[in-house]
Design a protein around this ligand. Structure first.
Ligand code: ADP
Ligand code: MG
Length: 367
């Protein structure tokens, strides 16, 4: 089922009359397509959970609307929205068995929609198989690993066949290895069920690897929506460029003059790239680590401070005299970089080089 959000805003009131409120989600409009896995990505406190809880009905919006398919669900209570919810801490009832925990949402259904005992058992076993815990049905939460407990929580969220599956940082409590494994599992389960899934995370790598679409948020504001690779390759602003990618994009103060791009504010600095169509101005320059090409006639000269061969790639740490920041470049190991050289020269790849307005930090596109 597709989820549509129109001008959704949530303002939490201040503690008392004097303190201002917090705008946790600020005028969000977006369309989440049916059957996709979408990540809400942003730093802690940017409003991800608040947005998720409005979608499931646990928080009511200050203004704006939420649609599931054609239905306006803005005022529909959570239990009637048919959403499955998975939290960071699994919150499983410690005294129940896995089977009882998974069946619990079905047991709570009253009236005509209530399933027979046999049907409940059958349904519980189906979802247990889906998340691969069917051999743990008689265990209690205390007798399982964190990864297994999170699978139980996912099974519980799926047992009522929700329209939408909502997950709030579901992997944060798992150790690194389990986190990787469980995220692959979530991807598989989502593909197999085709349930529209909204996955909240602050971890850009997790979001990049798992999602069909990412929604990057900052301070309650929607910054960019797109396929992970598109957002990485074509960020709309400096924040998005910096938030996605490890090692981070290299950021420099710089300026455009006469259709050329220069690092620093020294008018003697090297013209590193042609940027047609951009007026003379001060800018932020972002260059992805993979955006440097070693070239003996390169336009960017740097003092070499470290060369690290990492198998397929070489990591080069260096410094340009016009920039305060250290440059971290990743180049293919097919290149030869002389470790003992004092300097290294680069050219920069235009499609890996971004420029941003100095004040608004919005992207300035060039040809
Ligand atoms: P995230 O999940 O991205 O870390 P949240 O949605 O939890 O962010 O919070 C967004 C902002 O709203 C934060 O500034 C947070 O302090 C504030 N906030 C969240 N819940 C409440 C609440 N119940 N009352 C007041 N402020 C809240
Ligand atoms: Mg949160």
């Amino acid at each position: 089922m597709n989820v549509k959000i129109e001008n959704l805003t949530k303002v939490f009131p201040g503690m008392d009359r004097k303190s201002a409120g917090v705008t946790a989600v600020d005028d969000f409009t977006l369309d989440i397509p049916d059957g996709k896995l979408v990540c809400l990505l942003g730093p802690s406190g940017c409003g991800k959970s608040t947005l998720l809880y409005m979608i499931c009905g646990l928080e009511s919006p200050t203004s704006g609307k939420i649609f599931f398919g054609e239905d306006d669900v803005t005022d529909v209570p959570p239990e009637k929205r048919r959403v499955g919810l998975v939290f960071q801490n699994y919150a499983l009832y410690p005294h129940l068995t896995v089977k009882q925990i998974i069946k619990f949402p079905l047991e709570n259904v009253k009236g005509d929609a209530r399933l027979s005992k046999e049907e409940m058992d059958k349904r519980a076993l189906e979802v247990a198989k889906l998340v691969q815990i069917e051999n743990l049905m008689d265990r209690k939460p205390g007798q399982m690993s964190g990864g297994q407990q999170q699978r139980v929580a996912i099974a519980r969220a799926l047992v009522k066949m929700p329209n939408v599956l909502l997950m709030d940082e579901p992997l944060s409590n798992l150790d690194a290895r389990l986190r990787l494994q469980t995220r692959e599992e979530i991807r598989r389960i989502q593909r197999e069920t085709g349930i529209t899934t909204i996955f909240v995370t602050h971890d850009q790598e997790e979001a990049m690897s798992i999602s069909d679409m990412i929604i990057v948020m900052k301070d309650g504001l929607l910054n960019q929506i797109g396929k992970p690779q598109e957002v990485y390759d074509d960020p709309d602003n400096l924040f998005v460029a910096c938030f996605l990618g490890t090692p981070k994009v290299n950021v420099f103060k710089g300026f455009v003059k006469g259709g050329g791009l220069f690092i620093g504010d020294d008018k003697q600095s090297e013209r590193i790239l042609d940027v047609k169509g951009v007026d003379d101005r001060e800018v932020w320059i972002g260059i992805r680590p993979e955006g440097f090409k070693v070239d003996k006639d390169g336009k960017l000269t740097c003092d070499l401070s470290g060369v690290d061969v990492m198998g397929r790639d070489i990591s080069v740490v260096c410094r340009n005299s016009n920039a305060e920041e250290v440059i971290r470049a990743i180049i293919s190991a097919e290149n030869e970089v002389d470790r003992d050289a004092k300097t290294v020269k680069f050219n920069v790849k235009p499609h890996k080089t971004y420029i941003f307005d100095k004040e608004t930090e919005e992207r300035i596109r060039f040809t």
